[in-house]
Design a protein around this ligand. Structure first.
Ligand code: HEM
Length: 468
């Protein structure tokens, strides 16, 4: 969606790459000594380079860096990045302990590092009020609501995919398409009418990755703050109409949703939730479609298998029809495993914590890395291979551990839009499969950029061939 500086294309000699990933030069240090007699282990790790810490390697190598970290230090380690010391967590058991958060020792305020002030007070950022807000928001994600959203998403996908050129870059197109789906499904806007709001949204998203994290005239931070203000004004102005409408767009539904006790959101809460829902939903879906298209281009036999089901189903399916596209289900799951669109889940300890035997001091930013679980050979056969059948009976490798496969997180903050996200991604892929075969350019080499929601450097060019 957004053009970002790409660290992923800087050439790095192989010897340096393997030295960086193995962490060969670093001396192990402890995050903090555990209390005497506690029996807990100190968290091992190293700070990385002066100033930048491990930030550059993390953005460059993403899952490879994270897996190397777990190999070197185990499931809980620490490093410096983005100016702070953080604990990094990989592996299903430690992930489960953080995400289920039984003793309420982990706060969502860890996410403020990235989201504040552009996406503040979104559902993911709430602690004490979370359960009550989630109950109200749940009313916007019932099956009949999802069916209505899926119908509109299908219409937008068909219009957006009509008349594609013979060669195009996948990710920018999917960024535009998911924005338009967001505009029509979430806000109920007429087709193509929401450009200023979508620009404001993009500015706010870009603000989250600003290097200078204070208002510099002309900088991304300041533009992001302006974007946030404009989004607030837009949603606030539209709210009275939405409160009294029977509209089936998410904004109308959220404005009138009540939980079982009759509680509903205040005006400010609706505005904050709408702005956050957009950031939660759009880039994640664009990344998932892009990853699936890449794998389907590399593995034409899977593209044909998925197409056969789409052809049998026919155009413009409803929600039940989309559910029956079982090959696409497997393909999308495998794409989510290999490229998790939310590559880190961030928390902060509110007191000293025993995390599976490791001592985390209060106030530690704690980052869970799903890739460490998604590539763990303890659960996945040949984890680097694209092999969607691993999700099908009788293999069901995803069931080896409840937290082996966590593209949508887990515990109380598990993605509330998971089913909608799946429907949207499947709708787009289904419409593409009906219209085109696609393939990669000769000699194409994929390079994912991990500096934010993952995206392919160069956008992922593909060639389309007509279906004969
Ligand atoms: C393929 C698409 C998607 C992926 C991979 C994804 C992934 C995630 C993940 C990993 C989390 C939890 C993060 C954490 O625990 O720190 C999350 C939470 C959330 N997602 Fe999604 N998401 C997707 C689509 C959507 C959509 C379509 C919506 C809304 C329409 C949505 C709304 C949310 C919200 C509101 C939360 C916070 C839930 C809470 O705190 O209770 N997501 N998502």
């Amino acid at each position: 969606m957004t053009r970002r500086l790409s660290i992923s294309t800087v050439p790095v000699p192989r010897w340096l790459e393997s030295r960086v990933l193995s962490g060969a030069a670093a001396r192990t240090r402890h995050l903090a000594e555990p209390p005497p007699g506690s029996g807990l282990r100190a968290v091992p790790g190293d700070p990385g380079l002066p100033v930048v810490g491990h930030g550059l390697e993390w953005m460059r190598y993403g899952p490879r860096f994270e897996r190397a970290r777990v190999t070197r230090y185990g499931p809980v380690s620490w490093m410096k990045a983005f100016g702070i010391r953080m604990a990094v967590v990989g592996g299903a058991d430690a992930t489960q302990a953080v995400l289920t958060n039984k003793d309420k020792a982990f706060s969502q305020s860890g996410w403020n590092l990235f989201f504040d002030p552009f996406f503040r007070r979104g559902l993911l950022l709430l602690d004490d009020e979370h359960l009550q807000h989630r109950r109200i928001m749940q009313q916007a994600f019932t099956r009949p609501r999802l069916a209505a959203y899926a119908e509109v998403a299908g219409q937008v996908a068909r219009a957006g995919l009509a008349g594609l050129p013979a060669r195009f870059a996948v990710h920018p197109l999917m960024g535009r398409l998911t924005l338009e789906i967001g505009s029509q499904v979430f806000m109920g806007s007429a087709p193509g009418t929401n450009e200023p709001v979508l620009r404001a949204f993009k500015a706010a998203v870009d603000g989250t990755t600003a290097l200078a994290r204070f208002p510099v005239p002309g900088g991304k931070w300041q533009a992001g703050l302006r974007g946030r203000r404009m989004l607030e004004e837009h949603f606030r102005a539209g709210l009275p109409g939405k409160r009294n409408s029977a509209g089936s767009d998410l904004f109308s539904v959220l404005a009138s949703a009540r939980d079982e006790d009759g509680q509903r959101f205040t005006d400010t809460e609706v505005v904050d939730h709408m702005i956050f829902l957009m950031v939660a939903a759009l880039d994640t879906s664009a990344t998932t479609v892009t990853a699936a298209m890449y794998h389907l281009a590399r593995r034409p036999e899977w593209q044909e298998r998925a197409r056969a089901e789409s052809v049998a189903l026919g155009p413009a399916p409803d929600i039940d029809g989309l559910d029956r596209l079982t090959t696409l289900d497997l393909v999308v799951k495998e794409s989510l495993r290999l490229v998790a669109p939310v590559p880190t889940f961030v928390r902060r300890t509110v007191r000293d914590v025993d995390l599976t035997g490791y001592h985390l001091p209060a106030g530690t930013t704690t980052v869970v890395m799903p890739a460490a679980n998604h590539y763990d050979p303890a659960y996945w056969r040949e984890p680097d291979a694209f092999d969607p059948d691993r999700f099908a009976e009788p293999r069901r490798e995803d069931q080896a551990h409840r937290f082996a496969f966590v593209p949508f997180g887990g515990g109380a903050h598990k993605c509330i839009g998971m089913v909608l996200g799946f429907l949207e991604v499947k709708t787009i892929l289904h419409e593409l499969l009906l219209r085109h075969r696609w393939r990669l350019p000769e000699g194409y080499r994929m390079r994912w950029d991990w500096s934010n929601t993952p995206f392919p450097a160069g956008g992922l060019p593909v060639h389309l061939d007509p279906i004969t």
